[in-house]
Design a protein around this ligand. Sequence first.
Ligand code: NAD
Ligand code: MG
Length: 381
Amino acid sequence: MKQIAILGSTGSIGTQALDVISQHPDHFAAHTLTAGSNAKLLVQQALQFKPDTVVIADEGQYDFVRDALAHLPIKVFCGSEALCQVVANAEIDIVLTAMVGFAGLRPTVSAIRAGKAIALANKETLVVAGSLICQLCAEHRVPLLPVDSEHAAIFQCINGEGRNEIRRILLTASGGPFRHFTAEQLNDVTPAQALQHPNWKMGAKITIDSATMLNKGFEMIEAHWLYGVKPENIEVVIHPESVIHSAVEFADTAVMAQLGTPDMRLPIQYAFSYPERLPLASEPLDLFRLGTLHFERPDMQRFPCLALAYEAIGRGGNVPCMLNAAGEVTNLAFRQGRISFPRMAQVIQQVMEQASFLPTPSLDDLFSTDAACRRMAEALL
Ligand code: NAD
Ligand code: MG
């Protein structure tokens, strides 16, 4: 029986993780559930899953959650500091990081220091602090189990390959809803259009990042840290069907890929059950119905966020942290209707040019970089 803590249980990944847990009550238990501000759903989940602990980050909702669960032996905490403390509970085996953005970094670091296996959905943690996180995981002998579908695919492709070197990663991307839009058309796209992802139903922030392809840039950086492959050997392949979840090429040109219908519950479940595979009530792949699969090169002119991500990891140090901070500010500003779609990349680029470069940032340096770049991006909006 694995005891699981879910950071962000009310989100897209969090709710699907609970679905996986409910399909395997003999293998997994929800030990700790945490949410940002959706107190109502958090309470509903706590009533169903009877966790040991719940945390609501928004302190204003604490009374509501505590009162609603008062008749049960569930510990209730609030505030972001509590997230860092609850993940260290001795009973927890795996921490699923399913919060959005930079806010996931601090609790992930706490979980690693407490020796917990990390099921990593919060890719921002690796984008911002890849080098430090990998060092910490090695130091504490903690596995980083990928939940992002592409990285879970790569993880499955290299299973049993031992020391065989990965020559190239083929990182697949749906291309998002604006794959064939011209630069002129991209000027006028609305948040509502950008929130219509063709293949995946995800949280708002990652859906916008998919439309700009910043998400694929983040995933390239994530793959670099997880699998030690140089950015120039990670090739983004537009594959609109999202059936091949990514592939790996070896020295002898063999390419291994993982295929399936798009369903995040598979990578979530595999991170929980690894190395074992468990049944999953999901739609099996039907190649006859699909008939054809398509592939295209990404256009970094129309989608400059992808180029900015290669630049950020190429410069190294705190530059990916700048990319992430400016990305979070511009993503929200676009969703609020404050800036146009192409303006997001422009502001990110300006922040990456203006912020002070640190070649080997400490964790504290990254917090300062994040704060400074957020202010800078706000000022540029
Ligand atoms: P979401 O917006 O649907 O859910 C986010 C969750 O985190 C919610 O439970 C929310 O309450 C909580 N949260 C947000 N801000 C918080 C804060 N400051 N403090 C505490 N809790 C907070 O997001 P999502 O789509 O589930 O994505 C979660 C993470 O997983 C992201 O890093 C995303 O990039 C990654 N991811 C998501 C998908 C997907 O299919 N949704 C796929 C791959 C990776
Ligand atoms: Mg992904």
